[in-house]
Design a binder for this molecule. Structure first.
Ligand SMILES: [Zn+2]
Length: 198
């Protein structure tokens, strides 16, 4: 498998949101802008897309964020802790997993106008574009990453891997529980994807 992994030239991510009855009937297809970036592993490609999506999300929405209070360690939002009144530091903002996943799912019905800028977001140049689906035609297996379901959560978890500070304590415990569950059935799609890509 190590040999196969080294040959990866992933630059296309096809993804679908929802699970079973809620699964979307369409695919969202992102390709590396101008073929600029190619990734050796599926995991690296998904991480790069997750980082793009995070920057789009911050730019396009006004995400309701909570922060962990330095003083009492409880989650709170706004400028001051609602439990103890301590001033909250904005760099302690976390990302709500469900809200982020819902926003990804909403892209299934977005249009050019509502999507907004596809080159830059949140002060960064984006790696992936949603407007070059023609590249999928004739693409080889080692160029395409498929996320068949729950893409919103896969991207949220791929983002947490790069920016663990965005994860609140409850989510951290939940994902840790999923990973360590012995029967293997409770692992998240991202955790299973990483195990398969090793
Ligand atoms: Zn507090």
């Amino acid at each position: 498998m190590a040999n196969k992994k080294a040959k990866g030239k992933y630059h296309i991510v096809m993804m679908c949101c929802g699970y079973v009855e809620s699964a979307m009937t369409s695919w969202i297809i992102y390709t590396s802008a101008d073929g600029r970036d190619v990734f050796k592993t599926k995991i690296d490609a998904v991480k790069a897309l997750a980082f793009d999506m995070y920057n789009k999300y911050v730019d396009e929405t006004d995400p309701s964020t909570t922060m962990r209070c330095d003083s009492c360690k409880k989650e709170s939002s706004g400028q001051f802790c609602s439990k103890c009144g301590t001033k909250l530091s904005l760099d302690k903002q976390t990302l709500d997993r469900e809200q982020f996943a819902d926003w990804i799912m909403s892209l299934h019905s977005s249009c050019c106008d509502s999507y907004g800028d596809s080159e830059y977001a949140n002060g960064t140049r984006l790696t992936f574009w949603p407007w070059r689906a023609e590249e999928i035609v004739g693409a080889k297996e080692n160029e395409v990453v498929l996320i068949p379901e729950n893409a919103g959560f896969v991207l949220a978890d791929a983002l947490y891997d790069q920016k663990p500070e965005l994860m609140d304590e409850e989510t951290r415990l939940e994902l840790e529980h999923c990973l360590n569950n012995d029967d293997g059935l409770h692992k998240t799609d991202w955790q299973r994807m990483k195990l398969a890509d090793e």
